[in-house]
Write a protein that binds this ligand. Sequence first.
Ligand code: 6R9
Length: 630
Amino acid sequence: MYKQSVEDPGKFWGKIAENFYFKKHHEGEFFDYNFDISKGDVYIRCMEGATTNICYNCLDRNINNGHGDKIAFYWEGNDPMDSTSITYKKLLAEVCKFSNVLKSLGVKKGDRVAIYPMIMELVVAMLACARIGAVHSIVFGGFSAESLSGRILDAKCDILVTADGVYRGTKLINLKEIADEALELCTQGGHTVSSCVTYYFISSTSMQMVWNKDVDRSWKDLMQSASSECDPEWMGSEDPLFILYTSGSTGIPKGVLHHVTGYMLYAATTHKYSFDYHPDDVYFCTADIGWITGHTYITYGPLLNCATSVMVAFEGVPLFPDPSRYWAIVDKYQVSKFYTAPTAIRALMKFGEEPIKKYSRSSLRVLGTVGEPINPEAWMFYHTVIGNSKCSIVDTFWQTETGGHVLTPLPGCTPTKPGSATFPFFGIVPAILSDEGVELEGPAEGYLVFKQPWPGIMRTVYGDHQRFERTYFTKFPGYYVPGDGCKRDEDGYIWITGRIDDMINVSGHLLSTAEVESSLIEHNLVAEAAVVGKPHSVKGECLYCFVTILEGSEFTQDLVKELKEKVRHHIGAFGTPDFIQNAPGLPKTRSGKIMRRVLRNVAKGNRDLGDVSTMADASVVEVLFKNRVE
Ligand code: 6R9
């Protein structure tokens, strides 16, 4: 299948497309694209001319095939007593109702709708957007008001959908308050959101809610009177489906834009083959829908395959009510396919085997991982302890930009090696390039690139096509450059070695150093800041910040606290730095570039700095080692 997928991609994907409903079929070549910027604008189109609707394919098509009463989602609340489920038929009715609500608020095809997460209703809201052709832009619930407003402004969203609050462990987060602050910032930024639809999730009076009658609408009130029938909008293959922001190395997030048909085919196919999905499976992905993993592998992929999924109301590692929570859920629903992140596995390893062995986990067949390189120890723990040495481990490498898995083993088919994402998925042609852009053969290490398009690849950066070309297609014309380094071993296995740009991967979430640095520099005592990633036993990497303060001022623990709070406020809780150290001077090249490589070694306490001949003033390094914090 792989051979066919790369030799005749049109035939391969065309056959897969036959499983989906198209209102109008396409004619001509399956792909039309240019990857080579030296020959003109970069573009990718797939099945252009066909019309379809992804929501119709997720729901109506499955219902028409006789699966209306199948469970689409089992939902587990923060409190284990709080659980419910929804069938495909019921989900369609809810989606149609919310589609009509959106229409009544004036939302039309092509309009952008921001969604600041809540739970089952989030899936309803995103599918409703897809049904009427509106473009959803979901913002992860851990982001701050400032991050949320930046994203609403960039896409000029007219509507914001949110909830009053959510629980994280025992902590109640007042989402609406953050949303209100973000809307205020949007107005100050010159764009006023016309409606804010709030779902009362907590529905208790303990939450103080400010209600602005011009803008605020209640989800439940609007839904009550909405009809549960709504015809889908037939969308062109290359019409946009959603925007999802990802960190950019300049510090300004990029709105990754995915389009209807290519994304649909790729989400469904990767979900089917990477997890060896079968109709009687119960599938459980622990991600938050606010990230791409949630988009592709909670909502679209599983629904397109008519799967039954477990969805949980909490992100990160559930230690509530105890560290066995995942395994209690696995046994409760007889989960067969489980998908999580290395950071979660490492966090669970800390509690030992006992909380895991309390449950049988005998239903498990395939265990997936995503988000960052998985270290072999965590891989082995996943395999031997969590999977009782009888499950396939699938280490799936991909990005917001790729839409779905691009390197992954196929369960029961690819012999695995702990820590390697193994081989390309169908339709993916990787290569390893040297610094000079030469394709390296055999065992080699260099830049990971992809040579031809696949259906799920992003089409552009929202509102900035040049940035799309600059970021992914300029370094090596003719190739898509994801920004990761990799190694190929003597057996042809690919091993991701980490980011090659200034990105830090904290618990599977990418953060740009520039974004954190600009938050630090806003403090009036900070003259300069440089941020690097430091290896962390659970998070993979954590933020280690070097700050140079103004002459004559004092570096105190209060300042450290203020700076941490500042970054947290700008980015959100998950971006809070672990370490802030006083750096009277930073190592710079003679041209003034901060030498992050040196700082990474200082953070690690590694005195073997390599070649420092380009450093302007080598004496700063000794001081940095002296001020190091642990
Ligand atoms: C899906 C997702 C993308 C970046 C990517 C890479 C890292 C993701 C990985 C992995 C090694 C894996 N990454 N999966 N590195 N092995 N299996 O995480 O998307 O948030 O856009 O991050 O994450 O560095 O380039 P996104």
